[in-house]
Write a protein that binds this ligand. Sequence first.
Ligand code: OOG
Ligand code: NI
Length: 453
Amino acid sequence: MSDPTHVSSNEIRDRFSKAMSAMYQAEVPQYETLLELVAQVNRETLERNPALAERLANFDEMNRLGVERHGAIRVGSADELAMLRRLFAVMGMVPVGYYDLSEAGVPVHSTAFRPVDDDALAYNPFRVFTSLLRLELIESDALRKRAARILDHRDIFTPGVRELIVRHESQGGLDDTDADRFVSEALETFRWHKDATVDLDTYEALHAEHRLIADVVCFRGPHINHLTPRTLDIDEVQRRMPQAGMNPKDVIEGPPRRDCPILLRQTSFKALEEPIRFAGERQGTHTARFGEIEQRGVALTAKGRALYDRLLGESSRRTAGLSNDEHQRVLAEVFADFPDTEAELRRQELAFFEYRLTEAGRQSGRVGETHLEALIEQGLVETRPITYEDFLPVSAAGIFQSNLGGGQNEAYAGNANRDAFEAALQGKVLDELELYAARESASCRSVLQALQG
Ligand code: OOG
Ligand code: NI
C-alpha cells in the first residue's frame, strides 16, 4: 500500500524537471530563447497540421510535449554514479541502456535515467543522459592519479539530499514538504560553478589530455550541460536558429525527415565560452554548456534498428563534409529503402506500436477474430507508434564532438565495458528493446482480452 501522504514519484520528477529548466534559463539565457523558438515552431506545426494535433490530443500527448526535455551530466567516480542512481530513483527514473562513447574517441560510457511506465512517460518523460568518466583510459599515470585525487576530495551531493534519499528509501516515499526540499537540494548537484576547484595549470594539463576530463574533474559538481526540448519540426528550428542569434552545429544528426518519423533527430547550438576563476585567483574560461533540440519518432525493433544502422553507415560514406541541405538530401535518398507508412513499419515488424480499441471496438463486445491486423482492418483496433525514449550513440558522439571542438582520441576506441559500468552503478541497466516489446505486448493482450470478453 502506498502512503496517501506521499507525493508520487511522477510529481517529484515533474517538479524537478521544471525547477531544472528554470535554473538553466537563469544560467543560460540562450536556452530561454531556444524554448521560445521551439514553442513557436510547435504551435505553427500544429496549426498547419490539424490531423497531427488531433492525434496528439487523442493519445494524451499534448501535455508531455509541453514539458518534455532531457538533460546531460558527466560524473567522475563510481560513488558519484551510484549515488545518482539512488537520487534519480526518488523521481521514478531508472538506468536504461548502455552507451559506449569510447568508440567515438570520448573517454566516457553512459546510460539514460528515465521513467519507464506508460503513465509515467505520459506524465513527464524527463530523462538525464549520464556519463561516467573513464580515468583508466588516461595514458599518463601521473595525470590519472592527479585526477583521481581531485575527485576524491569533492562531494557533489548536499547533506540534505543524502538524508532525503535515505528517508525515501526507508519510508518508500516523501511527503509534500520533503518532496519540495528534495527538489531544491537535488538541484544543487546540477548547478553551474564559476569557481574551479583547481588552479589554471592543473586545468590546462587535464584539458590537454581531453577537454572532457577537465570538465568533469575541475569543478565542484556535474553542472547540467544542456537541456533539450522536443520539437515537432527540427528542420524549421534549425533554419531559424541563426536569426534568433544561435549558431547551430553543421548538420542534424540521426535519420532524415520522413512521413513517419523514426528514432531521434537532434541538433545543437555550440557551447558558450564562460569565464572561470581558478584557485590562486587566476582568470580563465571554460566551454561546457550548449543548447540542443530533438524530434522524436517511433521506437524501432531490433530488425528496424539493424536496418537503420546499415542505412546510416551507407549514407555516412557519402555525407562527409556536406552542408546540412546536401547531407539531408543524401540521407533521404539512402533511407528510401526504409518503409515509411505505419502499416508497413508494423507489418514488417520494424517498429513498436501500442494497440487499443477504437470506439467501435469498445461497443462491439465479443468477436471471434483474434488476428490483430484483421481487427485493425475492421476498424475495431487502432495503433499508435510507441515513441523512442532513448538516445543514439552515433548522434551523441556527434553532439559531444561539436562541443569539444573536434577533441577526440582514437586510442580510446574498442573499450566497451558494460560490466564495469554496472559495477560502478551498483545496479543493472535495463534493456530498452525489452521495455518497448513489453509495452507493445501488454497493449495487444489487453485489446484481445477485451474483445474476447
Ligand atoms: C551528452 C551528449 C549526448 C544526446 O542527446 O545524445 C546527449 C554530453 O555531452 O554530456 O545528450
Ligand atoms: Ni542531449
